[in-house]
Design a protein around this ligand. Sequence first.
Ligand code: SF4
Ligand code: SF4
Length: 629
Amino acid sequence: MANHTDPKKQCSIQPDTLAMYQKARQEGVETVWERAQAQEPQCGFCSLGLSCRNCVMGPCRLDPFGEGPQRGVCGADADIIVARNLARMIAAGAASHSDHGRDLVETLLAVAEGHAPGYQLTDLAKLDRIAAEYGIPADLPPQAKAKELALAMMAEFGIHKGHLTFAKRLPAARLAIWDRLGIAPRGIDREVVETMHRTHMGVDNDPVNILLHALRTSLSDGWGGSMIATEVSDILFGTPSPVASQVNLGVLKTDEVNIILHGHNPLVSEMIYRSSQDPALTGRAQELGAKGINLVGLCCTGNEVLMRKGIPMAGNHLVQELALLTGAVEAMVVDYQCIMPSVGQVSTCYHTHLITTSPKAKFPHAQHLEFTPENALERGREVVKMAVENFADRKPERVLIPVAPVNQVSGFSVEAILGALGGTSAPLLDAIKAGQLRGAVGVVGCNNPKICQDLGHTTITRKLIEHDILVLDTGCTAVANAKAGFKDPGAAALAGPGLKAICEALKIPPVLHMGSCVDNTRIMHLAAALANALGVDVDKLPVAASAPEWYSEKAAAIASYAVASGIYTVLGVTPPVLGSRMVTDLLLNGLKGVVGACFAVEPDPEKAAGLLIRHVESQRQALGLDSRL
Ligand code: SF4
Ligand code: SF4
């Protein structure tokens, strides 16, 4: 919580957050930290995963000390209840990513059929490559190919026979493990629905069986819904390549119309971007005394437009309320996911318009302007116009933009990374084999007010690059690391000698931004490509993953598909499973013998970095490479 006496107990390590938190206190605006404090002590039963409200014979809760009830009304014990709760958490995360993916596929179909006037097929080479993976004839014209691809992807959301198409990117050995365990994902929706079915009272009461299906559900996200979201976004909006930009609340401008793009899906933000270039609207902004229209991002919508357009990033999850407190935001435009319901209330304290755009995500105190593939271009103009007109209502005496922005380079898609290496993964593998690069770690995930904002991300990242481990980041971690300066090419100086030399030769930072939360699939795709090139399964690679400050059900799904794909994953926040010794032991140890990887939980980021480094070095040793163990 926000205890400012111990630096490690401050609400954040970031100067912009600390300054704006102070302003919130002065102006009496409630933030996430006060609400978190008000929830203390949080429910012990729920924290351990020992409460169940899956039916109205309950709610039930089990006594962790063995003195009170040990079974719910239906007879479910701690192992069953904890496993069911975790499975539902993973299913909710998989559903969120996959529904986002579905929206993109529907737009792809609308583009192919000619009724999405604002959108287009931007990366035709990528369309060709993805269509080939789906077995679509190469000689079709682009519109027809896009239509076939959209229909084939839609079919993967329903009942699908065999593996999801993108799972075939993995080594055969990995698919054989999934087949042996019965966890190869079938239809994306099917696995989510089956989780909800199995966890209904009186269905699956074998905790191991429940958890195996939870892994299958997460895989339907990682190699299905999320991966589809990433690849279709690239086809529609372009595959990212390195782009210079800036980060932190200093990207807001005192003399421009500021529009924040917040949420996850690029469908809306890309249309706002186009409208913000419209000379009629920029001209109107100038008439009202603004120098121009300044688009900035937040959370993963921000990551999407940063990766492709270089639009600067205002902040990560815990900055969303504070950005409005600057008093300099004419409009916050949201799509869905990770948008706190409180932003509506905070927006009423200033002149800011909160604008919702999805029929799935309406908010208190917001104006709803619904976007569809058919009306998106027109809606984009409407939203930008509203923001521009609102500049006249800004109160300059209430404006505080607390810091100067930090430079960053973003845009490292798999294609961009391989392109920088000359088109293949061979130079990366050679550097790993030679020991110049020890390995790679994906540091990903959220902010959580239980943790000093960005301390976990930046501590782990710094330690890893010092040890010559390349860091690949996404989501809110990527924003944290950028604010810390790790994404400036000059940050090579912070890396160990091997990584430093590589970064200087390629003119890249030691921490590569691979995108939004659904773009964790870019990391999985790269890991699969490295495993194939090396002729081993993914669980043999000197790679690992970490989610130091995770909060979201989506993060639970991501961590699960990483582990089920063979990647050791260290969590900084304990998931609600400690109420079952059996489930806890399975996650921390047992899975290793089943899928070749397991979870670890380590709240201390210095120690978490130590676990990750040790894992990378022990993987090197097992491969017969030099090891610093
Ligand atoms: S499913 Fe069982 S444990 Fe859960 S609320 Fe119903 S009776 Fe209680
Ligand atoms: S990293 Fe977490 S908090 Fe950030 S946008 Fe993604 S799911 Fe939301």
